[in-house]
Design a protein around this ligand. Structure first.
Ligand SMILES: Cc1cc2nc3c(=O)[nH]c(=O)nc-3n(C[C@H](O)[C@H](O)[C@H](O)COP(=O)(O)OP(=O)(O)OC[C@H]3O[C@@H](n4cnc5c(N)ncnc54)[C@H](O)[C@@H]3O)c2cc1C
Length: 445
């Protein structure tokens, strides 16, 4: 069940024809979500016309189901990054994402793009514990972010404390991307089936390209790259509420419930219920959100609900850069960990820089070739491998995923068969909903 969102309800995206025949281009970009479109847009500013190949319609993937907060406040991350990587690398991460927020403001202002872009503050809040937010405030400040711990909050319920980042924003993602896509070269309904060196085999024809960007959310070529071994996917749920209290700022809870709050189109977007994709056999995620809405916002009325998922790497840092050493002209943007608005802007700047010249100073921390086999990451890497092996070994009548053959699990909330290994999803008829799988699966149950 892929439900409509308030974004797609309020915007009609431009339509593009499918690929037909064989073409040769400078750069091909696989995926027409925010990462692919922004990369194509940056290349165009540098005089390179890239061809975007989209399996479905533009923004039909996760971008169409985001909550679109534009912020460098990526949950609790900076104290952890300093601790694991040191101040230099953590500083690159902070700088890249702060620059991304500023870049949105610049592009939207210059292009006079009407996309409800609203500067605001971003808050992390806790209802139980303040100390972790104080530590995070200190870490973020050390890295140059305008961060402060506070006990003041606009939230209509009591909190123990909050962490404020100034100079952040929110917008309507599809209004923005409609404008971005306008002058780009795009082929919709064109799934890429295989990639070999400089040749892309797609539905409708082939594309030969000097440079190939994988902006397809989950990079589906398993070898080289091995992305399936170093990330998993997490799914979350959103309610759109009418007649609810409306926040001026954007908020995210750091306690167990992890509620996300922002205003859009005069509605309150209430998000939460996060779990590893493929691990929701009991369901009840929407119900839990509805219960929270009844308690926190009595009198509010649900007018929409949807869910989405994102890739999370073992070290929680996106992989943006060269796909693999053996394919120097393949590039990747993935692992945005539910912070894809700024991460996509970071990707567009790094990848357009690698292709056209001018890689930003802060690119290194995102390199997919960074050493992930450090002691810190050993456990999550082993967990990923263990997870996959357990689900490969299970034998029940549930359908098998067409990516690497793991057994899927029924998710009653989304009415889909979800793969607990790498997060592919299929509807009740076996039709593909989300990758890395690229083919439908057989349903025998
Ligand atoms: C519930 C939720 C809320 C979120 N809220 C926020 C937020 O407030 N702020 C924030 O910064 N981030 C947020 N995120 C994260 C953000 O939405 C994502 O990181 C981002 O949209 C991912 O963009 P993308 O371009 O990488 O992927 P997508 O938007 O999924 O685009 C990839 C595209 O590639 C296409 N594709 C796949 N395979 C192929 C193929 N073989 N050939 C051709 N095309 C292909 C797909 O059809 C798709 O359109 C949220 C995530 C979730 C789950």
């Amino acid at each position: 069940m892929n439900t409509k969102t308030i974004w797609s309800d309020t915007v009609k995206m431009p339509a593009f024809p499918p690929l037909s025949g064989d073409v040769r281009v400078h750069t091909a970009i696989i995926g027409g979500g925010i990462a692919g479109l922004l990369t194509a847009w940056f290349l165009k500013q540098q005089g390179i016309s890239a061809l975007v190949l989209e399996a479905d319609r533009l923004c039909a993937g996760q971008t169409g189901r985001t909550t679109a907060k534009i912020t460098s406040q990526h949950d609790l991350i900076y104290a952890d990054l300093i601790n694991r990587l040191g101040e230099d690398s953590a500083g690159q991460y902070a700088q890249a994402n702060e620059a991304a927020v500023a870049e949105y403001a610049r592009i939207i202002d210059r292009g006079r793009i009407r996309c409800d872009f609203t500067p605001c503050e971003a808050y992390l809040y806790s209802r139980t514990e303040a100390s972790v937010l104080m530590q995070e405030a200190e870490a973020a400040r050390k890295l140059g972010i305008a961060a402060a711990f506070t006990r003041d909050s606009e939230l209509p319920f009591p909190i123990a404390g909050a962490l404020r980042f100034s100079g952040q924003a929110r917008f309507h993602p599809l209004k923005f991307l409609r404008a971005v896509a306008e002058d780009l070269d795009v082929r919709e309904h064109t799934r890429v089936l295989a990639v070999e060196d400089d040749r892309i085999q797609a539905e409708g024809g082939t594309v030969t390209a000097e440079h190939i960007v994988f902006a397809c959310h989950y990079p589906f070529v398993n070898v080289p790259g091995w992305y399936f071994a170093r990330m998993h996917q997490e799914r979350s749920y959103v309610l759109a509420l009418q007649s609810a209290w409306l926040p001026r700022q954007v908020h995210l809870g750091v306690d167990g419930d992890g509620l996300s709050l922002r205003e859009a189109e005069g509605l309150l977007l209430l998000g939460g219920g996060s779990h590893r994709t493929g691990e929701n056999p009991e369901g009840g995620r929407y119900e839990a959100l509805r219960a929270a809405a009844r308690t926190l916002f009595p009198g509010s009325r649900e007018v929409g609900c949807w869910s989405a998922q994102d890739c999370v790497t073992v070290d929680r840092i996106p992989c943006i850069g060269s796909y693999a050493r053996s394919q120097p002209r393949w590039y990747v943007a993935t692992g945005f960990a539910k912070w894809g608005m700024t991460s996509a802007m970071v990707s567009a700047r790094i990848l357009s820089g690698m292709i056209a010249g001018g890689v930003p100073d802060w690119a290194e921390v995102f390199s997919p070739q960074r050493p992930v086999l450090s002691q810190d990451n050993m456990k999550p890497l082993m967990d990923e491998a263990g997870h996959a092996l357990r689900n490969l070994a299970r034998v029940t009548p549930a359908p098998r995923c067409t990516h690497l053959g793991c057994e899927t699990v029924w998710n009653p909330d989304t009415e889909s068969w979800d793969c607990p290994c790498h997060g592919s999803r299929f509807d009740r008829k076996g039709r593909l909903l989300d990758g890395p799988a690229q083919k439908k699966c057989d349903i025998k149950v």
